[in-house]
Ligand binder design. Structure first.
Ligand code: PMP
Ligand code: GLN
Length: 382
């Protein structure tokens, strides 16, 4: 039986497509973004202990208290502002659920939502399901920075939400404090809300701070800020994330959350809360570890003939292959798997209209050094 599709233009995500191809070809999978670094062993035992201790029934809908308090402590230390764990923090089943809930809570039919291209693929379909229309704005070619004057031109009386992603997937670009000030000036005296996808908040390199919307008083009061424990604790499969927002926004987000999932897996929340209390420095140590992986892997890419886009954040590296091939990026990603046994993600699926002639692939370097070295060796065969 056929039903009319609510998302007629949506297929299977490029992440699943490339991972399937990697498995079929037994390739080293640097496509879909997930670490092959093990979950910290203490965190694994805390999960076992939480299950054994009987934390196996529904959690409170807004999240286990100890975990919400741990998030509040972490953000207080970093942003100099402590969110109210009871009224402003909601634990969700991954950042994906938080993004979906925030969009459903804020966007009504006829509203416009500004998305910066290239964009993570979860935003557009959620806006469409809420009845909103997506207004795409290209980031500057090459630098992936926001041209705030151009963004101002996209704002209309119907603009309800601007979605920003910092650090940015797929480019690795990060916001400066000036970017946040520009954003604040743009929405000042309007009813526009911000959805800040900050899942790579702890992966900013070269000793730079992460400039969170949560640290900016004018933005904080109108923002949903989304994080993910998957990225921070090497457990993307646990699907635990969170949203921080002022009480009135949180109240609306929770109305959606309670009917999407109601609550998030209890023992994982208990384990994460315990680990964050025992190892408060784990998030801050991520940047140093991933920076050394970035530098290790980029040396391999350069040796193989790729040109690199600078990566100030995230665990993704963009590489220009125009010196190696004239194929478009989707075909070249297939060619790379065939020829070298390394899987990467083509960039064009992140765009509404990919820039003509752009020859970029995204590699995930959240991998053990042995994996990165093996991939580097294979890439030299191209
Ligand atoms: N936003 C961005 C930018 C991401 O890269 C990802 C995931 N990989 C997510 C959201 C989703 O996070 P989660 O796995 O916690 O749902
Ligand atoms: N966020 C991950 C990435 O960018 C993928 C998550 C997913 O497969 N949905 O690769």
């Amino acid at each position: 039986m056929q039903i009319p599709s609510k998302l007629p233009d949506v297929g299977t995500t490029i992440f699943s497509v490339m991972t399937r191809k990697a498995l079929e070809r037994d390739a080293i999978n640097l496509s879909q973004g997930f670490p092959d670094i093990p979950v910290p062993s203490r965190l694994r035992s805390l999960l076992d202990e939480a299950v054994a201790a009987g934390h196996n029934q529904y959690a409170p809908l807004h999240g286990v208290e100890a975990l919400r308090e741990a998030i509040a402590r972490l953000l207080d230390g970093r942003d100099g502002h402590r969110p109210d764990a009871e009224r402003e923090i909601t634990v969700t089943s991954g950042a994906t659920e938080a993004l979906f809930d925030a969009i459903q809570a804020s966007v009504a039919p006829g509203d416009e939502v500004v998305i910066l291209d290239p964009a993570y693929d979860a935003y557009g379909p959620a806006v469409q399901l809420a009845g909103g229309s997506v207004v795409r704005m290209p980031l500057e070619a090459g630098s992936f920075r926001v041209d705030w004057r151009q963004l101002a031109e996209r704002i209309t009386a119907r603009t309800r939400l601007i979605i920003v992603n910092n650090p940015h997937n797929p480019s690795g670009a990060v916001f400066s404090r000036t970017d946040l000030d520009e954003l604040a000036a743009l929405v000042h005296d309007t009813g526009i809300l911000i959805l800040a996808d900050e899942v790579y908040e702890h992966i900013v390199f070269d000793a730079r701070p992460h400039h969170s919307v949560h640290a900016h008083p004018q933005l904080r009061e109108r923002s949903f800020v989304v994080g993910s424990f998957g990225k921070t604790f090497h457990c993307t499969g646990w699907k635990v994330g969170y949203c921080v927002a002022p009480p009135a926004l949180t109240a609306e987000l929770r109305k959606i959350h309670q009917y999407v999932t109601f609550a998030t897996m209890t023992p994982a929340q208990v384990a994460l809360a315990g680990f964050m209390a025992e190892e408060p420095d784990h998030p801050a140590a991520l940047a140093v570890m991933y920076q050394s992986k970035r530098d290790r892997f980029t040396a391999h890419l350069e040796r193989a003939g790729f040109k690199l886009v600078p990566t100030p954040g995230t665990y993704f590296q963009l590489a220009d292959y125009s010196a190696l091939s004239d194929l478009d990026d989707v075909d070249f990603a297939d060619h790379l798997i065939e020829q070298t046994g390394v899987a990467a993600i083509p960039l064009s699926p992140f765009y509404e209209r990919p820039p003509a002639g752009q020859r970029l692939l995204r590699f995930c370097f959240a991998k053990r050094d042995e994996t990165l070295d093996a991939a580097g060796e294979r890439l030299c065969r191209i």
